[in-house]
Design a protein around this ligand. Structure first.
Ligand SMILES: Nc1nc2c(ncn2[C@@H]2O[C@H](COP(=O)(O)OP(=O)(O)O)[C@@H](O)[C@H]2O)c(=O)[nH]1
Ligand SMILES: [Mg+2]
Ligand SMILES: [Zn+2]
Length: 340
């Protein structure tokens, strides 16, 4: 399936919360953030054998000014880290942030400001459960749009394949998404089904598992790497939240790659997508949209719409057009439901 360029999908002038990136020579990647401290991992460098592999760093100068006004350095960021001169203790500071690709943005809770969750993601795995919670096609579409609008390769994971649900939606999931070009995998953290393929999907680069609470994202990672001991179960999460436990955003090493573990990464609203560019996040709309009678057809109500004709002809699943309509309205409003 041919994929269009996703650059320009974002509304121009939308504040992404990103620190102004500069083309700098970076030497490290941010692994963990929280409380104004940043754990970074240096790139391998034979010329710097005395340097530790990982250090905790603070932000320096201009970056700190920006950070105070809400901009942030996030996990996955490529950074330039240097020793702070004249410090008795060995101290390190982030001096600059490199340009980002694959930046994931969500709406901040109770605020109209975008929040960058992670930078430089190579792929997103949209995770739903076959049962408990019941899968919804609209949720998958929403999360795929977030991946597409960030220019990130996306795949679909249907976990809890061991549970007997109504089955009908699972059948739709495994039929619809592969036909749209999204590889789709059935997994079970309980029986181990699909885990070897999942491990292959996570190999190399930075991945993020996104999806509603309780679908088994943490369980899947634990099943692949038991030493992670990630907390699982909706109940325990609520308890920890009540105790004001700070959970940092971090990158977890897994099978030669990295997986983003970010609080609040599960339920995301779309942010800053230009309604006119939303169709670009629906790759199967591109071809039929060429035959829309009107230029700039929104595919909502115009006569002679090629996309709606393709839906009527059964070439595009009706659920995709329904999701497009919901997300288009949200993009126009510039808001998203608060899922927390
Ligand atoms: N039957 C079954 N239960 C699962 C599976 N994966 C996770 N669970 C259960 O679903 C609940 C939520 O899992 P969790 O990993 O915390 O979901 P997360 O919120 O997406 O990280 C836990 O009680 C898990 O034991 C699975 O493949 N099969
Ligand atoms: Mg979890
Ligand atoms: Zn149209």
């Amino acid at each position: 399936m041919s994929r269009s360029s996703r650059s320009g999908l974002r509304r121009r002038g939308t504040e992404s919360g990103a620190i102004e990136p500069r083309p700098v020579a970076t030497n490290a990647m941010v692994l963990e953030t929280g409380g104004g401290r940043y754990r970074v991992r240096f790139d391998e460098d034979p010329g710097a054998p005395q340097r530790p592999a990982e250090v905790e760093a603070s932000l320096r100068g201009r970056l700190k000014q920006q950070a105070r006004t809400g901009d942030r350095v996030v996990i996955g960021d490529r950074v330039r880290v240097e020793r702070v001169p004249g410090d008795a203790e060995v101290a390190w500071a982030i001096e600059a942030v490199g340009p980002r690709t694959g930046e994931v943005v969500r709406r901040g809770t109770h605020q109209r400001r975008a929040k960058v969750m992670a930078a430089n993601l190579d792929r997103m795995l949209v995770v739903v459960a076959a049962h408990e919670p019941e899968p919804r096609l609209g949720t998958v579409d929403r999360l795929l749009v977030i991946a597409e609008s960030s220019g990130i390769e996306a795949r679909v994971v249907v976990n809890k394949s061991d549970l007997e649900g109504p089955g009908e939606v699972v059948e739709q999931l495994t039929k619809i998404y592969p036909s749209l070009g999204y590889p789709t995998l059935l997994t079970s953290a309980e029986t181990g089904e699909g885990l070897e393929t999942l491990a292959e999907w996570l190999e190399g680069g930075i991945s993020a598992l996104i999806g509603p609470s309780g679908v088994g994202k943490s369980s899947l990672l634990n099943a692949l790497e038991p030493s992670l001991e990630l907390q699982t179960g909706a109940l325990s999460r609520k308890l920890s939240r009540g105790r004001h436990t700070t959970v940092n955003a971090r990158l977890i090493p897994l099978r030669g790659g990295w997986v983003a573990d970010t609080p609040g990464f599960g339920d995301v609203g779309i942010w800053g997508i230009d309604p006119e560019r939303l169709e670009d996040a629906f790759p199967e709309f591109i071809e039929p949209a060429r035959s829309c009678r009107f230029r700039g057809c929104t595919h909502l109500h115009e006569p002679g719409c090629g996309v709606r004709a393709a839906v009527e002809a059964g070439e595009i699943p009706a659920s995709r057009l329904a999701s497009y309509e919901v997300l288009h309205a949200e993009a126009v409003e510039g808001t998203a439901p608060d899922w927390s």
